[in-house]
Design a protein around this ligand. Structure first.
Ligand SMILES: Nc1nc(=O)c2c([nH]1)NC[C@@H]1CN(c3ccc(C(=O)N[C@@H](CCC(=O)O)C(=O)O)cc3)C=[N+]21
Length: 296
């Protein structure tokens, strides 16, 4: 059984990016600049945005954290996005989700300049992804592809079962695994809350990608021997014995499923760190494209 070590691979990627940034600095070029917008101060969102900003520092990027009140109006947020779109110094930015309920998330995503949309959530980027055109690929799916590639996991002709159809993980993942090339060329089944007899489907899968958010949902009886298991779940479960008062728990019953799997991602230390590394990769790409547009 091979553990797909997202912590190690994300570190390798960060080192590669640092080397790129060092070359820019040596040539006196501007380094990539990422901005992150956070609305409100929900604990989990703050942790994730914090680690994104720290990762920028670690690779030598410039970063800006835009903290907005949880009671901000939709109009004010859209105005802030307009200013980030226009800001020549910023190569890419993200608006951390979920947003407070007074704000229409679709409207916000639609307002982001697709050229700066390093999350890859804008319909222009999503459409390009589905049509095999160059685009920003959402960081979590992109990170999963990168893990499969770096561990040389074969996907050609395999049956990949994706659990969950969210716009940021399940849906894009199902498209990416079915695209031409490697990782890709899979036969994909996308399952969700209306799927009947899910065990019958998951137990036929060569690759299971679970992005559901239900701790320990995927049990050993639900997977076949030597399956590849990708766990995207990151639910905080209260635990008094833990330092932070909670433990991060995946969708997969790791202890039992890992005994059957050929490859498996742990939680924490699997897909999560890869998400951050690929956001940095997208920011690097955004900076290159920004320079090309400006004719530099
Ligand atoms: N616009 C937007 N883009 C996002 O990419 C985005 C978002 N909104 N909203 C929330 C989700 C969640 N997300 C994670 C990033 C890193 C870890 C991560 O580093 N996890 C560590 C553990 C972190 C911990 O201890 O809490 C791990 O799995 O090892 C997890 C989750 C990005 N998201």
């Amino acid at each position: 059984m091979t553990i797909l070590d997202g912590k190690k691979v994300s570190n390798d990627i960060k080192n590669e990016i640092t080397a790129e940034v060092d070359k820019m600095k040596a040539k006196n070029e501007k380094v990539p600049h990422l901005a992150a917008v956070i609305v409100g101060n929900d604990g989990a969102s703050l942790t994730y945005v914090g680690s994104k900003v720290r990762s920028c520092e670690r690779v030598g990027f410039k970063s800006t954290l835009v903290k907005l009140s949880g009671t901000i109006s939709e109009l004010e947020l859209l105005d802030k996005i307009d200013r980030l779109n226009e800001d020549e110094d910023i190569d890419g930015f993200i608006v951390q989700l979920p947003l407070p309920k007074q704000i229409d998330t679709q409207k916000v995503i639609m307002r982001i300049d697709p050229n700066k949309d390093v999350d890859g959530f804008h319909p222009a980027n999503f459409g390009k992804m589905a049509l095999d055109m160059t685009s920003f690929i959402p960081a979590t799916p992109f990170g999963i592809l990168e893990l499969l590639e770096r561990y040389n996991v074969q996907t050609n002709g395999k049956h990949t079962v994706v659990i969950g159809r969210s716009h940021i993980v399940g849906r894009p993942m199902s498209i990416l695994m079915g695209r031409k090339g490697w990782p890709g060329n899979s036969t994909v089944t996308l399952t969700h809350s209306h799927t009947k007899n899910i065990t019958q489907i998951t137990s036929q899968a060569d690759i299971v990608i679970s992005a559901l958010g239900i701790p320990n949902f995927l049990k050993a009886e639900m997977v076949k021997d030597d399956a590849v298991i990708i766990d995207v779940g990151i639910t905080r479960v209260p635990d008094d014995s833990a330092k932070k008062g909670y433990v991060i728990t995946g969708d997969v019953d790791y202890e039992n499923v890992s005994k059957k799997a050929s490859h498996i991602t742990p939680v924490p230390g699997g897909v999560g760190p890869m998400t951050i590394a690929m956001l940095l990769k997208n920011t690097l790409l955004a900076r290159e494209q920004h320079r090309l547009r400006k004719g530099l």
